[in-house]
Design a protein around this ligand. Structure first.
Ligand code: ATP
Length: 778
């Protein structure tokens, strides 16, 4: 694996302890009931138990077959696997095997020992430079347990007679060149015990292996004058990973005076780096530190800080690892501590082999994720960057082709195998673990999806609640504003005797009719007098003939300066009856406020409703009346006591003089007693005007009287019948008056009567009704 030179300082050596093997609680024990989840919230996707519980078991690649890599891509592979086949028989041949049979390095496990009498023969045949065939011995061909297998995809296969230099040229030299150029690289030797790993990696003085040859090449570059490499320093560190009595992994610093290293948060602390300035120093240091399963790091750095600017940064590390070989217990006969160590080595080799297999598959198909084998071994964690392809890695797979013809298993399990010897129990256990991981992963995905949907739903609900709150707040503000306006209107309205809209509605009075009939949208107030009266008298308003509005004004209104504007429109005010004292005397209670619409009286509140006696005493005390008879051509008749009615010119500015109407025959009651004692009037048969009788009957008389009035003026001559039964509708009881039907408009009786007198029309006039100081008819 080749990486560009890094400018960052050398990263700390990071390792990771084996994860605790305590059994975890199965996800099913803590998982919520899927049905309850799905039913609890609509629209939430139900839990997919099938997907969770029946995942496809992760297929851990079987330990034996190797997936071949395409030959064409071999040169571009970051991870390369070479196979070197150990000679069938080690014979001291000075020319080909300078080392001869070497003594085993200390600390290494015992290599299998074949029986002296056992006949050995090669069972590994090289097909080409990238594949080999492992076959059974002829004596074992009949056995069902043996079969021939082809292993393909090697970067290169070195035959038995290959020399160290040949191996170096193809395997190590490219890595050293990369290292010199600033790229990190790793060379690992794996294989069964006795397969020649140490021989390949370290060699002997007469036939040096990869490490000494690499050191020579590195320091030969460092001595060149003017070469940027000569300005570098090299630091060498070594450590061994081992297991003491099978109790976990430990790390021993192999440098002089090295000690056991501590691992803090997955980081090796205290690993010494020895600066080596020459090949001799480096070889001496390495020779002292050789152990089983050792790892050597060679780091390059610039000698001077200035060189960091002159030359490319160089913090490359070349790592050379010689791993202990897997062993077969039955062959070694190990026991006790040796057996535990052997198991540790086998386990490490197995995990490391699985990691390599994952990397190879990932390299072949990058979309395929890497298996998580790396966490299972300190060694694999240390080599994680290389194993994951972040750095260049070359694997020397040393094959042991010596086959004991009496041991058929050895043929199938060892030899050209990648050094991974996976015993079946561990393999099955690994399969279970992988499946559990898959179940947990699927459960977590499903739970995550459900939680996401719940979260989305919660956010939607919160948003909706927020909108509702906002709408409620606006409505409340609007309501408060309307209430405030209402209060202001109440406080400013001079016509307080008029019922306010809500009072009208509450008393089932058709208030809009009342105001619209007058062309008004609301009760008149002092400040609105002129405006509203404009609307009232505006020709465009076209009020309906016969509609009427009674405006009860307090005494102060008449004194209001704006009120003088009303006079311009021909309104006549009766100042004589605007005296509140007189009103109070007449009504016995000045607090009674009322206004009339047509022939009905609306009280502002039930408690203010007068008693029948009070009602009877309410006298039309005004000696001034005004009548508007035509909406299009508003004419007003003004009645003044003693002068009779006059027709006033319309407001368009007609200078026509008022025409005096002789109403001397009208007898106007002067007091309540006269009103009380006045005879009943039957409008259909009596003509009070002609008879000189009271044209203002008492309220009791009004209640029993029906009126039929022509409601059009002389132009239209239309008539409008208005029949009332006020007693039933209004005064049938002392309770709050109710208006059962929309009031119909008609002219006031007195005015109509006068109209008939004035226009000569047949008009039955029965009921003048004046309950205020002032009123306007239209
Ligand atoms: N290619 C080879 N040519 C000549 N001799 C070899 C070769 N490979 C290995 N040997 C010899 O085989 C013996 C065992 O080799 P080696 O110690 O290197 O095996 P190993 O894989 O390192 O074993 P272990 O894992 O137990 O350390 C040594 O004496 C070594 O000299």
């Amino acid at each position: 694996m080749e990486l560009p030179p890094t400018s960052s300082p050398r990263p700390p050596t990071t390792v990771r302890r084996n994860p605790p093997r305590r059994a975890k609680q199965t996800p099913l024990a803590t998982a919520p009931d899927p049905s309850s989840l799905s039913s609890a919230a609509g629209g939430i996707t139900p839990f997919p138990p099938d997907d969770i519980l029946q995942p496809d078991p992760p297929q851990i690649p079987p330990p034996v077959p190797r997936s071949p890599a395409p030959k064409s891509a071999a040169s571009s592979e970051n991870l390369k696997v070479f196979l070197r086949i150990r000679p069938h028989e080690i014979v001291p041949r000075p020319s080909r095997n300078p080392c001869g049979g070497k003594a085993k390095a200390r600390g290494k496990c015992a290599s299998p020992k074949g029986g002296k009498n056992k006949k050995k023969s090669s069972c590994l045949a090289i097909n080409d430079s990238h594949s080999v065939t492992l076959s059974a011995q002829p004596s074992l061909l009949d056995s069902k347990r043996t079969k021939s297998e082809v292993y393909d995809g090697f970067s290169f296969v070195f035959p038995q007679d290959s020399l160290q230099q040949e191996v170096y040229e193809k395997v190590m030299n490219p890595l050293v060149l990369d290292f010199i150029e600033g790229k990190s690289a790793l060379l690992v030797a794996v294989g069964p015990s006795g397969s020649g790993k140490t021989h390949t990696m370290f060699g002997c003085p007469r036939d040096p292996g990869m490490l000494p040859l690499a050191l020579r090449q590195i320091f030969s570059h460092a001595t060149g004058n003017g070469d940027p490499h000569s300005s570098r320093s090299y630091y060498l560190s070594m450590f061994e990973i081992y297991s003491e009595r099978g109790k976990g992994e430990r790390i021993l610093d192999l440098s002089p005076n090295g000690i056991d290293l501590s691992i803090q948060q997955s980081t090796i602390k205290g690993l010494q780096e020895v600066m080596v300035s020459s090949l001799a120093e480096a070889e001496s240091l390495v020779a002292c530190g050789i152990r089983s399963q050792y790892i050597i790091n060679i780091r390059a750095a610039h000698k001077n800080a200035d060189d960091e600017h002159r030359f490319p940064p160089n913090n490359a590390v070349l790592t050379i690892a010689d791993l202990a070989g897997a062993e077969r217990e039955r062959k070694t006969g190990n026991q006790g501590a040796r057996l535990l160590e052997s198991n540790f080595i086998n386990n490490t080799s197995m995990v490391f082999g699985l990691c390599l297999r994952s990397l190879l598959e990932h390299q072949k198909n990058p979309k395929k994720p890497l298996h998580k084998h790396f966490k299972n071994s300190l060694l694999t964690r240390y080599l994680k960057d290389y194993l994951e392809g972040k750095k260049r890695m070359t694997l020397v797979d040393v094959g042991k082709v010596d086959t004991d013809i009496n041991d058929e298993n050895q043929m199938s399990k060892e030899g050209a195998h990648v050094g991974v010897q996976c015993n079946e129990e561990v393999y099955v256990e690994l399969q279970k673990t992988k499946r559990n991981e898959e179940v947990i992963r699927n459960f977590a995905k499903a739970l995550w999806n459900v939680l996401k949907q719940y979260k989305q739903k919660l956010e939607d609900s919160e948003r909706e609640a927020g909108n509702l709150k906002e709408a409620l707040r606006k409505e409340m503000a609007k309501s408060m504003k309307l209430n405030k306006e209402l209060k202001e209107l109440r406080s400013s309205c001079s016509f307080h005797r008029h019922p306010f809209p809500e009072e009208i509605f509450s008393s089932e009075v058709d208030a809009p009719y009342e105001y619209c009939a007058a062309g008004l949208s609301k009760p008149l107030s002092i400040t609105d007098d002129l405006t509203n009266c404009d609307a009232f008298l505006d020709d465009n308003t076209t009020p309906t003939i016969g509609g009427q509005i009674h405006i009860n004004m307090p005494a102060g209104v008449l004194a209001h300066e704006d009120f003088t504007g009303l006079r311009d429109f021909g309104l006549k005010m009766d100042s004589s009856n605007s005296n509140p004292t007189e009103t109070a005397n007449r009504d016995s209670s000045s607090s009674i406020s009322c206004s009339t619409v047509d022939d009905r009286t609306i009280y502002s509140s039930p408690k203010e409703m007068p008693t029948q006696q009070q009602e009877d005493k309410r006298m039309p005390t005004s000696d001034t009346a005004e009548l508007s008879i035509s909406p299009g051509d508003i004419k007003k008749l003004i009645y003044e006591k003693g002068k009779g009615f006059q027709e006033k010119a319309n407001r368009t500015g007609d200078k026509e003089q008022l025409k005096t109407i002789d109403v001397r025959e009208i007898s106007y009651p002067e007091g309540s007693k006269e009103m009380h004692s006045s005879p009943e009037i039957h409008p259909q048969t009596h003509d009070p005007i002609k008879e000189g009788k009271d044209i203002f009957p008492s309220a009791s008389q009004q209640l029993q009287t029906s009126y039929a009035l022509p409601v059009r003026d002389m132009k239209t001559s239309n008539k409008c019948q208005l029949t009332k039964n006020l007693k039933e509708q209004k005064y049938g009881s002392t309770s709050k008056p109710k208006v059962a039907e929309k009031p119909k408009r008609r002219l006031m009786p007195a005015s109509a009567m006068l109209l008939r007198e004035f226009a000569g029309l047949d008009m039955e006039i029965n009921k003048p009704k004046v309950f205020g100081n002032f009123f306007i008819l239209m």
